[in-house]
Design a protein. Structure first.
Lengths: 293, 240
């Protein structure tokens, strides 16, 4: 039982971060039906920014840098939407263009970072990087706990934004029915731009939460892209709350499976469950025929 | 107030509107009648901007509407209650109404407008906390109209508010619209299959056929002339 909990607790902690990473992808898909293949590379860029702020002379703690990372990536996301994304959304025949555009952006990000910082792994190690506490017999890593708490906090703020703010309500309306939202006087291009910015910023913050225990390379996105997509599909495409549940679930499965099988095959279990859930519920856990975020 | 001349529009090169001339005066209530596929819905969509015009002009208060983005047209006061209701099913009735008052001038008047729409459609009063998707068809249509009224429209456009409803539910909608028009001075366009109900709340009517204006008449003219009524208002129309 203790052994089980020793795997379950870290699974929940990392699952919270997966949830945050996936929520950004889910928000963007939910609002503008764009599958952003560059999402994990925005995460990678955010990890480099956190590293630069920490190691580049500022010595800024990666958790304290989160507001700055959020703002930078909110603006970057809005700029990318304004420069590229807005030209490939809305029309059915643009799906190919969306895929090529977002994969291309991801490749450009990876290679720009590769040119600038090489492929050498970077680490962000604050003084408490290896600290932790025992609760009963279960060891809880300090940085992973902080990462989890940060994710929960950001999730709560996202929930408030989507449900309580005018812009958030407009985003939900536009994601449910863009034509009806237009008739309300909602500027769809603006809500898309903001949703893209917020979606990118959420995943970026997830990246900052990871840097204290995940080394950074230009290709670190590959490690997380599959998890992000699986979480979004598992939760139900377009459902932000579903993406959260999907992320936590994947974290738990990856971790708990190590009680019985090697860590090397942890993603096998993830995909076994993934297929099982989609077999039973083709729209994902929270997917409805009527879409909602 | 609304001046449309020589308007043409269509979908992927297939014309749906051919040279439409159409006018709504201030505070005037105008019905658009005609068979399915005549272009009634397309005309409303071209006014609100979700369908692009190919040629012609739409003026609203003397301003050219066509270069303006759809949300700007709402800001100007043109409020479209679309066919098929299009309420936000995953959001509560209260949130649907709140989205109705997204328009800048309606924002500060949200509470006052909500009181008004709940007087017009009392059935909604007890359902503010329910999801839009949980309402019956008739209630959803009430919500769609109420959501439009929240925006303080200067020109309210209702696209088939009785579509798919049982006769009693349709009556509820038209009674609500009649109550609304007692307290509001908005101009209105109603697209309807139920010509008689529409004419009861309207001053004038256009009949569209194959994307063209086949007839323009006041409702007295339409109802008085048996041939016109029989032709355009369906069988049995005009008879007692």
């Amino acid at each position: 039982m203790v052994e089980f909990l020793q795997f379950l607790v870290p699974g929940i902690l990392i699952g919270g971060v997966y949830a945050l990473l996936a929520s950004g992808l889910g928000l963007i898909f939910g609002v503008m039906r764009v599958v952003n293949f560059a999402q994990a590379d925005f995460m990678m860029l955010a990890m480099y920014l956190s590293w630069a702020l920490f190691a580049g002379g500022f010595g800024l703690d990666p958790f304290l840098a989160v507001p700055a990372v959020f703002v930078v990536f909110l603006l970057l996301g809005m700029a990318v939407h304004w420069m590229f994304i807005r030209f490939v959304i809305g029309r059915r025949e643009n799906h190919d263009a969306q895929v090529i555009l977002t994969i291309g952006l991801g490749l450009i990000f990876q290679n720009l970072i590769l040119i600038r910082y090489s492929s050498e792994p970077r680490v962000v190690a604050p003084s408490y990087a290896n600290a932790g506490d025992f609760i009963g017999d279960i060891f809880i890593s300090r940085v992973r706990l902080y990462a989890f708490l940060l994710s929960v906090l950001v999730a709560a703020l996202l929930f408030l934004f989507l449900n309580r703010s005018r812009t958030g309500r407009a985003i939900r309306a536009a994601s449910e029915n863009w034509e009806a939202a237009t008739y309300m006087g909602i500027d769809i291009d603006r809500t898309n731009r903001i949703a893209f910015g917020v979606g990118v910023a959420l995943t970026a913050v997830g990246g900052s939460a990871l840097v204290t225990f995940q080394s950074i390379t230009p290709f670190v996105g590959f490690r997380f892209v599959v998890v992000m997509f699986a979480a979004v599909v598992l939760g139900g495409l377009g459902s932000v709350s579903g993406a959260f549940v999907g992320g936590v679930l994947i974290g738990i499965i990856q971790s708990v499976s190590q009680v019985w099988t090697s860590a090397a095959v942890k993603n096998v279990w993830v995909f076994a469950l993934f297929l099982l859930i989609l077999y039973v519920r083709p729209n994902g856990l929270f997917g409805k025929v009527q879409r909602a975020i | 107030m609304l001046e449309i001349s020589d308007l043409c529009a269509g979908y992927d090169g297939v014309p749906a509107l051919r040279s439409i001339d159409f006018r709504v005066g201030p505070q005037e209530h105008v019905a658009i009648l005609g068979p399915n596929g005549a272009g009634k819905t397309t005309l409303l969509k071209t006014i609100s901007g979700t369908v692009e015009a190919d040629s012609g002009s739409i003026g609203f208060d003397g301003e050219d509407l066509l270069p303006q983005a759809p949300h700007k047209r709402v800001e100007a006061g043109i409020v479209h209650v679309p066919q098929g209701r299009m309420i936000f099913a995953s959001m509560t009735v209260a949130d649907n109404l709140r989205l109705g008052s997204h328009r800048r001038v309606a924002r500060d008047r949200h509470d006052e407008r909500r009181e008004l729409v709940l007087e017009i459609f009392p059935a909604l009063a007890g359902m503010l906390g329910r999801d839009g998707g949980a309402l019956s068809g008739g209630q959803q249509q009430m919500l769609a109209v109420a959501r439009g009224v929240m925006a303080c429209p200067r020109l309210l456009m209702l696209d088939e508010p009785s579509m798919g409803l049982a006769p009693r539910a349709a009556d509820d909608i038209f009674e609500g619209i009649a109550r609304l028009l007692k307290s509001e001075t908005t101009a209105m366009i109603v697209v309807e299959q139920r010509a008689h109900e529409a004419l009861e709340v309207c001053d004038r009517a256009y009949v569209l056929e194959s994307g063209e204006v086949a007839l323009e008449a006041t409702n007295q003219e339409l109802l008085a002339d048996e041939t016109l009524a029989a032709t355009y208002l369906g069988s049995g129309a005009g008879s007692p």
